[in-house]
Design a protein around this ligand. Structure first.
Ligand SMILES: CC(=O)N[C@H]1[C@@H](OP(=O)(O)OP(=O)(O)OC[C@H]2O[C@@H](n3ccc(=O)[nH]c3=O)[C@H](O)[C@@H]2O)O[C@H](CO)[C@@H](O)[C@@H]1O[C@H](C)C(=O)N[C@@H](C)C(=O)N[C@H](CCC(=O)O)C(=O)O
Ligand SMILES: Nc1ncnc2c1ncn2[C@@H]1O[C@H](COP(=O)(O)OP(=O)(O)OP(=O)(O)O)[C@@H](O)[C@H]1O
Length: 539
């Protein structure tokens, strides 16, 4: 059983503090310049003997506060900024480097110390507000099938062959990234596909790595607690497409941000689109009744290609088409790529089918949609496969982008027939307040929903919704996808939406046998407190 911290190369030649300083255009500020550095970290709790500890000025603390702990754990050198140097007076016997931006230095130094592993692999980066995980899975599946061992790094974790570890970050801290690449290279990895979050770009977590192909999917409202404006969110994403970071670009121009990016970038670029003209464009599509996926005809130049998308909805066609263009940009042949893409297995917690529709059970789907746009797209993807009513169960996360809460409420109310508002990860916030802020978005919406309920217990709410739905309904449990813990304050509670939904489906089949499942009277989902009989109450 591996953890992220175990994914280290077994041998690192290392580099002296002096060599490192010279390679990165700085000098050793104090201490022994010949000190051999064999690893890099910016977290004192992650130090291994021989590591360089990078003390960054954080949002909350200065890393220099933890330098003594890092040295006690075996760190042999410290790099920090001027403020850090003044905090470390009296520690001059350890090799110390002063730099203006320790976050950038952390990535560049880690690439050198671990032997530039990224240069020996094909490197693919995927960015965008929604669809990174799904697109990265498409690309990973094809590379693993057509090329060889392929490392996957993203929200669901880090995977190579049989090894899978979970990760708290979508994009790893730069020293961890280069260390994991070196570990993967030792195991024969030929390719890496990684999700690149906007946080990672703003905080230089990909410094020291050059992408062979980078892809942009879309920009939708999220993370404004961090970026403040959509413009600065866009700039963070756009920075990936500078020639210093990426050799080639694939840009989806389904939204205006993508169109703008495609006009801005100065590296070789291909565009993709599901709704308009592009280098790779969808010319026709139809629902595949067998697997609820989509059969697509794509035009690339003069040629038309047939592609099957095994995941529901046009959002996933967008993801798959982007993956196709990435793979062709890497030099793979389009028709073999199309064949493999159609065989891509489902992605954990992304439109994951927890229960298939039967004569006694509704279709139950768990999906990671946690923005207003994702809620709308996920519902739109499920409408064509829902003969009855569409249910959505969701909540908003605490201590993250408060402004998106009412917009999510409005999106749910206008996209589904029955709405169950409950909690997501609460962190340190009052859950009732979060729910009230989401429900504020119900007001004035020309809604589709016929009823909405609220529940302060996500687990029971899942059970109630699955039990109340009719067999021709679809229940979409949104927001937490593959996650297996719910954060309440600092505590992690075990809660996996997929497990709870399966339990509810089993209860349902027992009750069915006893003739107890009605599924007819949806305006009185009994154990959920009714906040509104109809959406008009909010107008
Ligand atoms: C808001 C944000 O991104 N914060 C990042 C930022 O934290 P910070 O500046 O507050 O760090 P700090 O707590 O002040 O600590 C300063 C330094 O002291 C070090 N330290 C701290 C304590 C200690 O005991 N020892 C020690 O060495 C820390 O490792 C850090 O290097 O710098 C840290 C080091 O780079 C990051 O770990 C941290 O990510 C936090 C934990 C985080 O939650 N980030 C999320 C929002 C994030 O990055 N999310 C995106 C995905 C977004 C998406 O959904 O698309 C991601 O890529 O995961
Ligand atoms: N191309 C897309 N456009 C809009 N929404 C999408 C798209 N692809 C997936 N979604 C929706 O967004 C949710 C998140 O998808 P996915 O995990 O692939 O994106 P992500 O970019 O990795 O998200 P995060 O950054 O939050 O980890 C999905 O569960 C689905 O509801």
């Amino acid at each position: 059983m591996h953890e992220l911290k175990d994914l280290r190369p077994s041998s690192v030649t290392g580099i002296s503090a002096h060599q490192l300083a010279r390679a990165l255009d700085t000098t050793v500020h104090s201490g022994p310049a010949e000190t051999l550095i064999t690893g890099v970290t910016l977290d004192s709790t992650d130090v291994q003997p021989g590591d360089l500890f990078v003390a960054i000025p954080g949002f909350k603390r200065h890393g220099a506060e933890f330098a003594a702990k890092a040295i006690a754990a075996g760190a042999v050198a410290v790099v920090t900024d001027a403020a850090g140097i003044s905090m470390l007076a009296g520690m001059e016997d350890i090799a110390m480097l002063r730099v203006s931006n320790p976050r950038v230095f952390a990535g560049l130094a880690a690439a050198l110390v671990y032997g530039n592993p990224g240069k020996s692999m094909r490197v693919v980066g995927i960015t965008g507000t929604n669809g990174k995980t799904t697109t990265a899975h498409f690309v990973h599946h094809v590379l693993a099938a057509l090329s060889g061992p392929t490392l996957l790094i993203g929200t669901v974790g880090v995977s190579l062959g049989e090894v899978h570890v979970s990760s708290a970050r979508t994009s790893l801290e730069a020293p961890v990234l280069h260390r994991v690449l070196a570990w993967a290279l030792e195991r024969g990895a030929q390719n890496v596909v990684m999700e690149v979050s906007s946080h990672a770009l703003s905080l230089y977590r990909v410094a020291g790595l050059k992408f062979d192909v980078s892809a942009f999917l879309n920009l939708q409202r999220d993370h404004l607690d961090f970026h403040k404006t959509m413009e600065s969110y866009f700039e963070a994403k756009a920075s990936l497409f500078a020639a210093d970071f990426s050799k080639r670009a694939v840009i989806c121009i389904d939204d205006g941000w993508g169109e703008r990016l495609a006009q801005m970038v100065r590296i070789p670029t291909v565009t993709v689109a599901t709704k308009s003209a592009a280098d790779w464009q969808v010319v026709s599509h139809s629902l595949n009744q067998k697997d609820a996926g989509t059969d697509v005809t794509i035009r690339a130049g003069e040629a038309d290609l047939r592609l099957h998308c095994p995941l529901p909805g046009m959002i996933n066609v967008q993801n798959e088409l982007t993956a196709l263009a990435v793979l062709v940009s890497l030099g793979f042949e389009a028709s073999s790529v199309c064949e493999e893409l159609a065989r891509t297995p489902g992605v954990p917690g992304r439109m994951e089918v927890v229960a298939e529709r039967s004569s006694s059970t509704p279709l139950v789907i768990v999906d990671f949609a946690h923005t207003a746009d994702a809620i709308k797209s996920a519902c739109a993807a499920l409408d064509p496969v829902t003969p009855g009513s569409l249910w959505i169960l969701f909540g908003a996360t605490g201590e993250r982008d408060r402004g998106k809460r009412p917009v999510m409420g409005a999106a749910a109310l206008s996209s589904a027939d029955y709405v169950v508002l409950t909690d997501d990860d609460i962190y340190g916030e009052d859950p009732a307040q979060i729910r009230a802020e989401v429900a504020a978005g119900f007001a004035g919406v020309a809604g589709r929903a016929r009823s909405a309920w609220v529940s302060d217990d996500r687990k029971s709410a899942i059970h109630e919704a699955v039990l109340a739905a009719s067999p021709d309904d679809t229940v979409l449990i949104a927001g937490r996808g593959h996650e297996t813990i719910q954060m309440v304050g600092e505590k992690a509670h075990v809660l996996d939406d997929r497990v709870e939904a399966r339990v509810a489906v089993s209860k349902r089949s027992v009750q069915n046998q006893l003739g107890e499942v009605g599924g007819e009277e949806k305006t009185a989902c009994p154990k959920l407190r009714t906040i509104s009989k109809t959406w008009e109450d909010f107008q």
